[in-house]
Design a binder for this molecule. Sequence first.
Ligand code: SF4
Ligand code: SF4
Length: 271
Amino acid sequence: MPIDGWLEALPGQDAGAMNRHVADDVALFAGRDHPLLSTRTVRHQVARLSAHLLVLGATTEAPHPMDDGLRRALLGYSLYTRQLDMVQDRATKHICRDGCERPPLGCCNRSHNVVFSLSDIMMQHPTGLALRMGDALARLQAEEGAHHAHGAPMGERGCPYLTATGCTLYLFKSPLCVHYLCPTVADALDAAHGPEAAPFVAGMRRAANRQLERSSDFMEPGLIEAAVRMFAPEGRSRAESGDGPDDGVGNRVRGGMEGWPDGGGCGNARG
Ligand code: SF4
Ligand code: SF4
């Protein structure tokens, strides 16, 4: 369970000793809709990351915790990318592994992990929050990549977070990385799912091509729901009806999660 392993290893306050900021973050995100994640997973991820981000935001020069706006933008992004990683585990990673026309690097070139290049900043004029989010993502990528590499060399070819066994990022890939779909993958999704693939493919392409100006541009609204519908046999998932089972510890698991790895509230696909 790589994601939960990294969350547990993060420096920061113990979730059992939550401070007010962490408790507020947990309450906020537990009340939001995350179609593929159980409440328990959301609470755990937010508690661990929030405590870490508070520490990450404090430097010797500025010994203040990371502000609510940036911290919550990063927390929201991490929950979104976790769900998108689950979708890609089910929908696309086998294509990248077995059917890529550009081996061994695929699309993992040297700059895809970068959120804002200097020319992006000059041309796109991102907001202050978007810029700070890009800066924080770069720091989190370094932490997450080092953890998941387990000492293996990274960046010997292409992207600095690529090892011989693949990408070392799960929660803090760049928006370009999490949304990129090459024509091979788009065609394979169309062949496998027919018209139900179209909204997901269109959403991924829209997000990958979007210029990042505001923090909300990092995510594509409705994309996870489109993925759930793509896999639902009748084109309408039970996620929309909210009639899922209990996860055994009192948290309601959302309907339509059968077949998804967090359907029992037990964590990410690779766990
Ligand atoms: S998205 Fe396409 S180019 Fe990139 S690794 Fe997958 S199959 Fe290869
Ligand atoms: S961060 Fe991961 S997905 Fe993105 S280019 Fe690097 S290795 Fe590929």
